[in-house]
Design a binder for this molecule. Structure first.
Ligand code: ZN
Length: 318
């Protein structure tokens, strides 16, 4: 970071459930926090409709997992440990987990859940938080949610709405001074490039890769790949990510999928976390085809450095 900047950079990472911050962009948030960027992870719901997904999970003393309240308490505990592992601040929006509807036909969503809250009502607490925290960059999921959980889709919707509306003094009155964030990104969890790199490296090392079937089924379904514009080198912070994953002990099996790739091999073949730039309000340098950004604040650092010299772009108070 250049010393000519007048204020710290701020990054807001918006997620649907506690544990999503540990599996999507975790190492990048830890890296930025360690670099002195103010990082706020925002979790839309309490994750209280998650089942226990880790066979070796033992309930913390004095807790239960039978009621929504009991689950909420456990997941709050886990979330606090994850935020600590990443070195980030954390805020809840306070909505209720919609659960992942399963069956054919799909059952209706439970009454009062995040997925059913009308867009403006669901976005208001996030707009308020954006106006308080004043992030330069916001990360969220792509419009499909990244995977078809109603809370992930809604997470996209409220983030896009907050990005669009927080700077507009006419919108969301009574939620603070307008603030216009400068860049919006979508998280990419598992691009085909990343899956293939891990799969090939594991196979070459004589290890059993868990990705073969997944790659085949994705190839077969011809799911269009979303564009990855940005690769953040973050291998140095993969251990922070892993600690955050393990903090979500009710959800993440330490012997399971997220730990399938040996860490030295992962750092070797895929030392990045991936993002897709969705919107920028600052000018960006031209990129050659196939070239990636390596910093979420590209263009933002430059814009802030110009603050006060009469060339502040829109959104940056001069
Ligand atoms: Zn989730």
């Amino acid at each position: 970071m250049s010393t000519t900047e007048r204020e710290p950079l701020r990054l807001m990472a918006v997620h649907a459930h506690p544990d999503d911050e540990a599996s999507k962009g975790a190492a990048a948030t830890a890296k930025y926090a360690a670099d002195g960027v103010e990082v706020l992870v925002v979790t839309c719901t309490g994750g209280e409709r998650g089942d226990i997904l880790n066979p070796s999970f033992t309930l913390p003393e004095g807790h239960e997992f039978e009621t929504l309240e009991g689950r909420l308490a456990v997941r709050r505990l886990e979330m606090a440990r994850s935020a600590e592992a990443l070195g980030v601040r954390h805020a809840w929006l306070g909505f209720v987990d919609s659960g992942l509807p399963e069956g054919d036909p799909l059952p209706p969503l439970p009454e009062g859940c995040f997925g059913l809250v009308p867009l403006e009502e669901a976005s208001e607490p996030l707009v308020k938080l954006v106006r308080e925290f004043r992030p330069h960059v916001i990360t969220t999921y792509d419009p499909s949610g990244g995977y078809p959980h109603p809370d992930h889709i809604k997470c996209h919707d409220v983030s896009a709405e907050a990005f669009a509306a927080a700077g507009d003094p006419e919108r969301y009155p009574g939620t603070g001074e307008p603030w216009e964030p400068l860049k919006l990104y979508y998280n990419h969890g598992f691009s085909m490039d990343r899956l293939r790199a891990a799969h090939e490296a594991m196979t070459a090392a004589g290890l059993e890769s868990p990705f073969g079937d997944w790659i085949e089924s994705r190839d077969a379904r011809e799911i269009p790949e979303r564009q990855v514009t940005t690769l953040i080198p973050a291998a140095e912070y993969f251990a922070h990510r892993d600690e955050a994953l393990r903090a979500h002990a009710s959800q993440i099996d330490p012997q399971g999928f997220f730990f399938a790739v040996p860490r030295d091999l992962e750092a070797d073949v895929w030392p990045w976390e991936e993002y897709e730039l969705a919107e920028s309000r600052v000018p960006l340098p031209e990129r050659a085809p196939g070239e990636h950004e390596d910093d979420l604040f590209t263009g933002v650092r430059e814009a802030l450095a110009h603050q006060g010299d009469g060339r502040a772009p829109a959104g940056v108070p001069a």
